[in-house]
Design a protein around this ligand. Structure first.
Ligand code: AMP
Length: 406
């Protein structure tokens, strides 16, 4: 195989994010986004590495049109999809169930299995499938690789992956804990080991992926042993718009007493809860501004967010037994010094502390923010899901290319 470029596609229901990477040096040749697909006022933003960003608003009726618009922009930069330099297209696929434990070259059977998983990922898998099919139509000869958000978590033991509900009922409906953000947890746990100068196999890490969606994971020697998201991304931490953990009986109560339907409660817990439900804002910058101005609702929302985060740090400390590092990542984790400080405050007994000066410094790369003599390293490790998807895709197509030769 001669090409060294990988196009990474993250297809949502109304957006496609893309990056073209060169795997010889990890360089980003172009980055872009098509938004509001199938809605009025669609928008494309395209940023080549060697030029000015371009933006246009227009009509993008479907994913086919979105990928063609992306392809036209790449063409303008001499980076078109027809280039022999392009080795493969890597797709983010949210739900791979139990079957997909590794990145997988897409064929008809793989497409059918991703489709079969739609009932457990009704929002994400259909859009991911559309992205793959559209890309296949554009370059039928090229390997398309699916990289699953759930794959990293398939190493969880049954004791962590099962809910304590009737086994036959659970199995009949594939109800279990799958976990999400796996590409990020895999990348960040490995980068944390690198930051410590140790092999991933020797390091136990608690990864806190705090973005608009948020999840924690316990990673022992490079393998995930527990994570906070479950059957769907609703379980676990307090998020931008999702509640995270609640008593499941809240749902029956809202149905019976509140007269709400299953769909209404779904929307409530996924879209109108978490930080936005608690205080009307889901952007941590705005919440901190309000907290600093003495806003009590924002203060309570922040406290609930931190309380839940602390509970998970404590729980995963207990799961791992020995913790070498706690790593903060994603929009909030990488940028919010007050969240990092509050999350580990009072955990000195566990060997956890942040150095105020180091925590306040803004920086781009992975960095330690714990005092030099700390028992447990606390780190800020920027996530890079696109790079991880590209790396896994490239490794897979190189591997299968080599196998074909032997
Ligand atoms: P993500 O989902 O990883 O893109 O994270 C998005 C979230 O990161 C936003 O909703 C904000 O709450 C948060 N965020 C982004 N930048 C900052 C910042 N400078 N300070 C605090 N929070 C931030």
């Amino acid at each position: 195989m001669s090409g060294s470029r990988v196009l990474v596609l993250n297809s949502g229901s109304s957006s496609v994010k893309y990056q073209l990477l060169d795997m010889r040096d990890g360089g980003r040749l172009a980055v872009g986004l098509v938004e509001r697909i199938g809605e009025s006022g669609s928008r494309l933003k395209h940023s080549p590495a060697d030029g000015e960003s371009r933006e246009w608003n227009g009509s993008v009726p479907d994913h086919d049109a979105a990928l063609k618009a992306m392809a036209a922009e790449l063409d303008r930069d001499g980076l078109g999809l027809g280039s022999p330099e392009l080795a493969a297209i890597g797709h983010r696929v949210v739900h791979g169930g139990l079957r997909f434990t590794e990145p997988t070259v897409v064929d008809d059977a793989v497409l059918a299995e991703i489709e079969r998983l739609i009932p457990v990922a009704p929002l994400h898998n259909p859009a991911n499938l559309t992205g793959i099919r559209t890309a296949q139509a554009l370059r039928p000869d090229l390997p398309q690789v699916a990289v699953f958000d759930t794959a990293f978590h398939t190493t969880m033991p049954e004791s962590a992956a099962r809910y304590a509900i009737d086994v036959e009922t659970a199995d009949a409906h594939r109800v279990r804990r799958y976990g999400f953000h796996g590409t990020s947890h895999a990348y960040v746990s490995r980068e944390t080991a690198r930051l410590l100068g140790r092999a991933p196999e020797d390091v136990n890490v608690i990864v806190l992926h705090l973005g608009n969606g948020a999840s924690a994971s316990a990673v022992r020697g490079g393998r995930c042993v527990d994570t906070s998201m479950g059957l769907t991304p609703l379980e676990g931490l307090v998020m931008g718009t999702r509640s995270g953990d609640t008593d499941p009986a809240v749902i029956f109560h809202l149905m019976r007493v509140g007269g709400m339907s299953a769909d209404e409660i779904d929307t409530l817990l996924n879209k109108r809860s978490g930080l936005i439900g608690l205080c009307g804002d889901n952007d941590m910058r705005e919440i901190r501004r309000r907290v600093d101005a003495g806003d009590e609702r924002a203060g309570l929302a922040f406290d609930i967010y931190i309380h839940r985060l602390k509970k998970y740090i404590g729980a995963y400390y207990a799961v791992l037994g020995r913790v070498d590092a706690v790593a903060f990542t994603a929009g909030v984790g990488e940028n919010s010094a007050p969240v990092r400080e509050a999350a580990v405050a009072g955990l000195e007994g566990l060997g956890l502390a942040v150095d105020g000066g180091l925590n306040a410094v803004r920086g781009d790369g992975a960095r330690l923010i714990s005092p030099a003599d700390a028992r447990v390293a606390v780190a800020v490790v920027p996530t890079d899901e696109e790079m991880e998807i590209a790396a896994q895709t490239y490794a897979l197509v190189n591997d299968s290319g080599n196998q074909n030769l032997t």
